[in-house]
Design a protein around this ligand. Structure first.
Ligand code: GTP
Ligand code: MG
Length: 194
């Protein structure tokens, strides 16, 4: 999909701040600093629509992006950043629970993992958590530019097995650096929004 118009509608914390435009929605998920915001920027071909950072914990709110008036991407704060207090972690958990349990137009989740590494215990937990809500999950193995080409299939297989991906859930290699996987990601997202 070629995107001409993409805009941040709101950075929300509370449920009453979520947009009410009724567009189908795709949320991001993944550990802090893995590349969730960069994924959005690559898909919409904008360098800095979603703010990114070399430091973890950049995204702190639920950021709703209207894409061409056709769908919304919801960028979320990542998990697993060590320098987060217990109360902050609990607030994050409540924000996620409210969002995932209440959002009727949520059609699926793009879960971003690092293609270089085996998914962490938190990644496995996140996948299971999303499946509790019976959400379709598209796994994006990002930073593929950092893995030598001949090792990529092995890494994908390992991620699929470690997460115990359901048959219906796809996994794609991706790179925000080279644009690898962008077209396939759009295809998968369009299939999810129907
Ligand atoms: P939080 O908002 O903190 O949860 O992070 P995030 O998951 O949104 O990550 P973000 O998109 O801000 O990217 C984190 C860092 O990884 C930045 O320095 C990006 O430039 C880098 N990065 C993201 N995607 C890629 C990629 O595909 N390849 C490479 N080489 N670097 C990437
Ligand atoms: Mg971010």
């Amino acid at each position: 999909m070629k995107v001409n118009e993409a805009e941040l509608l709101i950075s929300a914390v509370r449920q009453d701040q979520y947009p009410k435009n009724g567009l189908p929605e795709i949320a991001l998920a993944g550990r802090s600093n893995v590349g969730k915001s960069s994924f959005i920027n690559t898909l919409v071909t904008r360098k800095n629509l979603a703010r990114t950072s070399g430091k973890p914990g950049k995204t702190q709110t639920l950021n709703f992006y209207d894409i061409e008036g056709r769908l919304m991407f919801v960028d979320v704060p990542g998990y697993g950043y060590a320098k987060v207090s217990k109360s902050e972690r609990e607030a994050w958990g409540r924000m996620m629970e409210t969002y995932f349990s209440s959002r009727e137009k949520l059609r699926g989740v793009a879960m971003i993992v690092d293609s270089r590494h085996s998914p962490s215990a938190l990644d496995v937990q996140m996948y299971q958590y999303l499946k509790q809500f019976e959400l379709p999950v598209l796994v994006i193995a990002t930073k593929a530019d950092k893995v030598t080409k001949n090792k990529r299939p092995k890494h994908v297989k390992n991620i699929r097995e470690t997460l115990e991906l359901e048959k219906a859930d796809n996994i794609l290699l991706f790179s925000a650096e080279t644009g690898q996987g962008k077209e396939d990601a759009w295809k998968a997202i369009q299939a999810m929004i129907g």
